[in-house]
Design a protein around this ligand. Structure first.
Ligand SMILES: [Zn+2]
Length: 293
């Protein structure tokens, strides 16, 4: 299990005057079965995984939150699975807090937590294992339409049994203890100096990416517009079971990737192999990722 942990747990670079640090939360390796990709045969999915170096139908998901140091503030975009997950026997994810500590960042040092969307790998780390706020001094800013959807009792009552109902329950569990410190933001709003919310709905109803810009430099925090490149980049027409609205998710994915390729904007990607910094290029009807060392 331990070999699934990346050898390197942080990767820092500058975007103009802003410091960006990709910090590993860990990885999860699990077999992919029917229904993981909704519109491709499982054999084709297993072949794509094998071609990418993941044999026997096993898929390794990567989780990489981002620290942003801007104008004297320390911000964190998405929180990983949470330290409680890291305390389970054989854990391979949930290590954001110790990996932050290794670079001198304590939970109390985080001024703002910025959330892209309300799935467990992005929000569970908002709580410490004892259920208290994991980042005791942080304001938590979330996309307003994501908040409106998941906090709506009518939407919760109408949610289909299984994953959607579980997500509602998990979001109530995570956000109830911290609701006094949550603020919401609209698409297009600057959430921290040089960090602007960018509409990318589909994966979830209010899914949001963030553009970091300083001087002439930019990086696009793509979050879950893309999952692992083996799916979202090589096979952008494949619809993943994680996407709340798979058709909208594909439309957003292609529109966003086309823009990133045309403008040659570097991305920081939550679910790419660590550290997740890359350029996107067109490759026929699909794309390719070009990692930036
Ligand atoms: Zn995710």
């Amino acid at each position: 299990m331990t070999d699934a942990k990346p050898a390197q747990n942080h990767f820092a670079y500058k975007v103009g005057d802003i410091e960006v640090i990709a910090v590993a939360d860990g990885t999860r390796t699990a077999p992919v079965g029917e229904g993981f990709v909704l519109n491709a045969p499982v054999e084709a999915v297993h072949k794509a995984l094998a071609d990418y170096g993941m044999p026997n139908g096993n898929f390794t998901t990567v989780f990489t939150p981002t620290v942003i140091r801007t104008a004297g503030k320390t911000c964190l975009v998405d929180t990983g699975m949470g330290l409680a997950a890291a305390q389970q026997p054989g854990a391979t994810f949930g290590f954001l807090i110790p990996n932050l500590a290794a670079i001198g960042i304590e939970p109390k040092d985080i001024d703002t937590v910025i959330i892209s969307h309300f799935h467990g790998d992005h929000v569970n780390g908002l709580l410490a294992p004892d259920g208290s706020p994991a980042f005791p001094n942080a304001e938590v800013t979330v996309p307003e339409n994501e908040w409106a959807f998941w906090m709506d009792d009518g939407e919760m009552a109408r949610a289909s049994p299984g994953r959607m109902q579980d997500l509602f329950k998990n979001n109530r569990r995570v956000f109830t203890p911290i609701k006094d410190r949550v603020t919401t933001h609209a698409w297009g709003k600057e959430v921290a100096p040089g960090v602007t919310a960018y509409a990318t709905p589909g994966h979830s109803i209010g899914h949001t990416s963030y553009v970091i810009a300083s001087g002439k430099e930019t990086v696009f925090l793509i979050q879950d517009v893309t999952n692992h490149p083996v799916f979202s980049i090589r096979h952008p027409a494949w619809h993943l079971g994680f996407d709340q609205d798979p058709v909208k998710a594909e439309e957003t994915r292609r529109k966003t990737l086309d823009m990133l390729a045309a403008e040659r904007l570097p991305i920081q990607a939550f679910h790419f192999p660590f550290p997740g910094r890359a350029y996107i290029e067109k490759a026929g009807d699909a794309y390719r990722e070009v990692p930036i060392a």
